[in-house]
Ligand binder design. Structure first.
Ligand code: GDP
Ligand code: MG
Length: 306
């Protein structure tokens, strides 16, 4: 079977990673593209090995944006963080976007940038250079920058745009879609659905559990959103059951006098509020369900299988 045969409608879908230093405008671009305040960081969901930042579905295409963790972690040296993030992204993504700030960019021969470009070069994937914030610069300074970068790397495309005013962002999407593999959609196309919100809210909670208890509860927690109430003029109410496999894990997750669960809840709530762009009341309950991973029906209920 050729690729075409397995995707008869010519649907294109794939993963993209945006790599760039802090403040170049990655979140702004994503928020603009996704039309919603999505800048969450999810762990590896059990349905896929990728960490997903947002999903852009359109006519005949679906682009899944991967997170590039490390870039936003100040405790790492920038250089190391960029390498790490780039390396993860390069493993997982079909398309790579290197984003720079057109109004104050490192030159391509700067040590950090050169090392990053070297890493990108080794992969057989399309790399786009997105020069952001063109609303702040005039053409006279933009052209030399484009020239420098074009000389230093064989980018698939160089796309100047403004994530803020959204000038040029459509073009970026068109170009990406053109380069996506023929593949059926990985996720449901109705991204803004409540089911989708629930999925991400559950993933955020799972991520925080993983962050706080990664040794003790590695990937063995699952999260079931049992209530999701949008209330006019007030906080939204979200109640989630967290399932672990052993009573000992329940103890760890709850912590001394509930301290661990409170910490997880506080972290999760912050990201959920950013994701939903609304304040929420988050309630977490920990339950034990032995061997839930083996239970097909349960997995289905949690949305891990179709
Ligand atoms: P990130 O750290 O790469 O995710 O960057 P952010 O998206 O948080 O943006 C950092 C800052 O740059 C914010 O103050 C944005 O408003 C601003 N910014 C992002 N894109 C643009 C742009 O196209 N033009 C201008 N003028 N500012 C932008
Ligand atoms: Mg950001």
């Amino acid at each position: 079977m050729t690729e075409q045969d397995s995707s008869p409608e010519g649907f294109r879908a794939g993963y993209a990673a945006i790599i760039g230093e802090p403040n170049v405008g990655k979140s702004t671009l994503l928020n603009g593209l996704l039309g919603q305040k999505i800048s969450i960081v999810t762990p590896k969901p059990q349905t896929t090995r990728h960490k997903i930042l947002g999903i852009l579905s359109g006519e005949g295409h679906q682009i899944i944006f991967l997170d590039t963790p490390g870039l936003i972690t100040p405790k790492y040296a920038l250089h190391e963080a960029m390498m790490r993030a780039a390396s993860l992204a390069m493993d997982d993504a079909d398309l790579l976007i290197l984003m720079i700030d057109g109004s104050r960019s490192r030159p391509p021969d700067d040590a950090t940038m050169a090392a990053l470009l070297g890493q990108l070069q080794q992969r057989q994937k399309p790399v786009y250079l997105v020069i952001n914030k063109v609303d702040l610069v005039n053409k006279d300074s933009l052209l030399p920058l484009i020239g420098q970068y074009a000389k230093s790397f064989s980018f698939r495309e160089i796309i100047p745009l403004s994530a803020l005013t959204r000038r040029g962002t459509e073009t970026l999407v068109e170009i990406m879609v053109r380069d996506l593999p023929l593949h059926p959609p990985y996720y449901p196309l109705d991204i803004i659905s409540e089911a989708h919100q629930r999925f991400f809210v559950a993933e955020i909670v799972r991520e925080k559990i993983f962050l706080k208890c990664r040794e003790e509860i590695p990937y063995s927690a699952s999260v079931d959103i049992v209530e999701f109430k949008e209330r006019e003029g007030g906080k939204w109410f979200i109640s989630a059951d967290v399932y672990v496999e052993k009573p000992s894990q329940k103890g760890i997750l709850i912590g001394k006098k509930g301290a661990m669960l409170r910490a997880v809840g506080a972290l999760a709530r912050k990201d959920i509020e950013r994701f939903l762009d609304h304040s929420v009341f988050l309630e977490l309950h920990v339950k034990v369900r032995e061997n839930w991973r083996q239970d097909e029906e349960w997995l289905h209920r949690l949305g891990y299988t179709s």
